[in-house]
Design a protein around this ligand. Structure first.
Ligand code: HEM
Length: 400
């Protein structure tokens, strides 16, 4: 049997708790060509340059080489999967009710509400001595926040959690698995979630409330109105992106702090360090480990020509441990200066929700840190989610 390729080893579930030695191997190899014809890049400067290179497409329909079939996620067209100018048009329409320049105070105004949800989750723990940080805290917080923002009833969470699970599962990298069944389930989940969100938007047509679905469906200017199809895929993207990532940041954050009691202590004494600590957590345990692209022309990367149409995997998590960019990169340093990480990507597709994710993580960890005094991890490493691209604990049991 042929030796496993690096991508197969990185995405192998057995390596999910600690993929970092494999990323070190990848940086050593430079650009790694995989047996399926895809290319893997893991060094910071090369990844950053590729994220800004207009010859590198996010639209995977441009892929012509390699034998990996397009997943359902890859065939649908939310703006994360489109190139400019179409990407820019849809991103700016989706941004209007979310952030600057049209809604500059929107996310900042959510701080008090996020702090209240956080307090309620903590109060609900009562005097329990054991909790699952994921189920009791890291998952419900971003879900409640994105539901409020979009205008999705929180009580429908069990339905959209199942759809979202199927959807991100269908988009994951599993080079050795036949993706057919995952793609079928993913397509069905996407269609159901899309119908559900479109129904909610329709209910608000002519009866707007202060949520993003209302804003999209009641846009008065026809030139700025999303079509039905655009509204559906954008709403699915926001609901999924808004709750599948921040959960990993908060859960991996608690895990990292409990593994570094000296730094946890320091943050208890110096709460002003928290925003910087969140940036370091994003670098050190990034919730989005890799992104996929396709070159529109042959492109030279560190002496290797990546052919037009190839599958190109950018291992963001590896780039953020590159010693050519970060001093002592394997060290978790909440006071790290000059931390220009790639956890939210870079270039035209840079994360739309980053300001919200930062506020959620700062409030969540700020509320938890004083309560983690004598806490200990029940299981280390914890059980991880299956997903290799969206990496984070599935459960994180701790004892207080
Ligand atoms: C810790 C939390 C988060 C992380 C680590 C994260 C990470 C990322 C990354 C790496 C990208 C770039 C994708 C690419 O270049 O292909 C991205 C894009 C995006 N993110 Fe986030 N994200 C987070 C939270 C959120 C939230 C809360 C939302 C929604 C409110 C969101 C919505 C989006 C959207 C819509 C895009 C596509 C942007 C575009 O294509 O122009 N993200 N995110």
């Amino acid at each position: 049997m042929a030796a496993d390729t690096l991508l197969e080893r990185i995405t192998d579930y057995a390596n999910r708790p600690d993929p970092y030695p494999l990323y070190a191997e990848l940086r050593e190899a430079g650009v790694a060509r995989q047996t399926d014809g895809s290319y893997l890049v893991g060094t910071y400067h090369e990844i950053a340059a590729l994220l800004h290179d207009p010859r590198i497409s996010s639209d995977l329909r441009n892929r012509t080489a390699g034998d990996r079939a397009l997943s359902d996620e890859e065939q649908s067209r939310p703006f994360i999967r489109l190139d400019d100018p179409e990407h820019q048009r849809l991103r700016s329409l989706a941004m209007r009710p979310f952030g600057p320049p049209h809604s500059p105070g929107r996310i900042d105004a959510m701080r008090d509400g996020i702090a209240r949800i956080t307090e309620e989750l903590i109060e609900a723990l009562g005097d329990r001595k054991r909790l699952d940080v994921v189920e009791d805290f890291a998952y419900p917080l971003p879900v409640t926040v994105i539901c409020r923002l979009l205008g999705v009833p929180r009580e429908d969470e069990p339905a959209f959690r199942a759809w979202s699970d199927a959807l991100v599962d269908s988009a994951d990298f599993r080079p050795r698995e036949d993706p057919t069944e995952r793609q079928r389930t993913g397509a069905q989940a996407r269609a159901e979630m899309g119908r559900y969100l479109m129904d909610l938007a329709e209910q608000r047509r002519g009866h707007p409330s202060d949520d993003m679905l209302s804003a999209f469906v009641n846009e008065p200017d026809p030139a700025r109105r999303l079509t039905r199809e655009e509204l559906t895929v954008t709403a699915v993207l926001l609901l999924v992106a808004g709750h599948e990532t921040t959960v990993n940041l908060i859960a991996s954050g608690v895990l990292t702090l409990l593994r570094h009691p000296d730094q946890l202590d320091r943050l208890r004494r110096e709460p002003g360090l928290l925003p910087n600590a969140v940036e370091e957590l994003l670098r050190y345990e990034p919730p989005v480990q890799m992104r996929e692209r396709t070159p529109l022309a042959d492109v030279d990367v560190a002496g290797t020509t990546i052919p037009k149409g190839a599958s190109l995997v950018l291992a963001l998590a590896s780039g953020m441990r590159d010693r050519r960019r970060f001093r002592d990169p394997e060290r978790f340093d909440p006071a790290r200066p000059d931390n220009q990480h790639l956890a939210f990507g870079s270039g035209v597709h840079i994360c739309y929700g980053a300001p919200l994710a930062r506020i959620e993580a700062q409030i969540a960890l700020g509320a938890l840190i004083p309560r983690l005094g004598t806490a200990r991890l029940v299981q280390d490493p914890p059980a991880y989610r299956r997903n290799a691209m969206l990496r984070g604990p599935r459960h994180l049991p701790i004892e207080l």
